[in-house]
Write a protein that binds this ligand. Structure first.
Ligand SMILES: [Zn+2]
Length: 367
């Protein structure tokens, strides 16, 4: 796709950011309705970002978006998921993993081969801490592989002995074997083309293999409440903003049959959205990034986000988040799918009666 030279602009890191305008990845239509303008709450990239909704199929996506040659600029070196856990940070992560729920979507499975797409450093599995990460699965006897476009993160994962393909899934020429599990854990929304990635993922699954896709759900109560402040937007790193309906359509197009769906929103994400409101110009006089608001400094709301305040916030919203999960309007959503075009389940439990995989109980990280 041609890059839009006229839209090129400098980002805060000093690189030249180039943008491209794209058609809908799900149906190919070019017509879309404006949905909202947002900003980058995490790192303060300078552009005002436009989120649109496809007029034909309802897919919600960022348009224009960073061109392929500029994608590295939206993941600065301080992007948390690409950093090695050392020292106190490692101890805190380990402690968090003890109180986080176990990762539920592999329960009941015997260790097999897993490909984790967009695995970052391989030692974390948001929002479950280390639980269900490639590193932990490897210790439990799984044959683990990952793909990761970021060279720095891939190198850290390699240092743990994890087999890593550096690049996007579509960059990888071939895999020698098929997988029991292909997972996109909060990764598919970062994809350049979910259509392409899911087609590849489907082809990589063994006959009874399982695809697991988890990510933000824009058809959520949290998005309705927070809109441009919603943490699930994570602009401009999230190119796509799925609903259960659009994710189902993606799976159907890839020849995948959904055998489980789960609303697994967490208080952590809800509190993160609240934080964006408090660090906004409407409340604090100017917009500040998450990094700034966590430092003692000029932002008036900074003190509201001390670790103790955050824990109190999590405890306060846990019941509300659980209610949203029960009402199926959570801001995180997971589908489990297998190969085959049979009718999708419509039961409230989200389970297909003829499912051939052992399905977990709905659960989430730290509710
Ligand atoms: Zn569309």
């Amino acid at each position: 796709m041609p890059e839009d030279e006229s839209a090129a602009q400098k980002d805060m890191a000093g690189g030249i950011m180039r943008w491209e305008t794209v058609p809908c990845d799900l149906c190919g239509a070019s017509e879309a309705e404006w949905l909202l303008n947002g900003i980058d709450w995490e790192f303060g990239l300078s552009a005002e970002l436009h989120v649109v909704e496809c007029s034909q199929c309802g897919l919600i996506y960022l348009n224009p978006r960073p061109a392929p040659s500029s994608i590295h600029l939206i993941y600065p070196s301080r992007y948390g998921f690409f950093q090695e856990s050392t020292g106190i940070r490692r101890l805190l992560k380990a402690a968090y993993s003890k109180i986080a729920a176990p990762y539920p979507y592999l329960e009941g499975m015997r260790p097999g081969r897993i490909l984790d797409v967009g695995c970052a450093t391989g030692d974390r599995n948001y929002p479950y801490g280390e639980n269900g990460s490639l590193r932990q699965l490897q210790r439990k006897g799984w044959d683990v592989s990952g793909s990761e476009p970021d060279e720095r993160a891939a190198e850290i994962a390699r240092s743990y002995g994890i087999s890593i393909h550096t690049g996007r899934l579509s960059d990888i020429a071939s895999f020698a074997e098929r997988f029991d599990v292909v997972r996109f854990n909060h990764a598919l929304e970062h994809s350049v083309s979910p259509t392409e990635d899911l087609a590849i993922a489907a082809a990589l699954l063994r006959k009874d293999g399982r695809l697991i896709v988890s990510g933000p759900n824009i058809a959520s109560a949290a998005f309705s409440l927070f809109r441009k402040y919603w943490s699930g937007l994570d602009l401009p790193r999230h190119f796509y903003h799925f609903t259960p309906a659009t994710l189902h359509k993606y799976c159907e197009n890839a020849g995948l049959r959904i055998v489980g769906e789960y609303h697994d929103g967490t208080a952590v994400d809800f509190v993160h959205s609240m934080k964006h409101v408090l660090q906004s110009s409407e409340v604090s006089g100017r917009n500040s990034t998450c990094g700034e608001s966590e430092c003692a400094g000029e932002n008036g709301s900074a003190h509201l986000f001390s670790p103790l305040s955050r824990v109190c916030g999590y405890l306060a919203v846990r019941s509300l988040v659980r209610f949203f999960n029960r009402m199926k309007v959570s801001d995180s959503y997971t589908v489990v799918a297998v190969r085959g075009h049979a009718a999708m389940p419509t039961k409230a439990s989200g389970r297909a009666e003829n499912a051939r995989v052992a399905l977990p109980q709905a659960s989430s990280g730290w509710e």
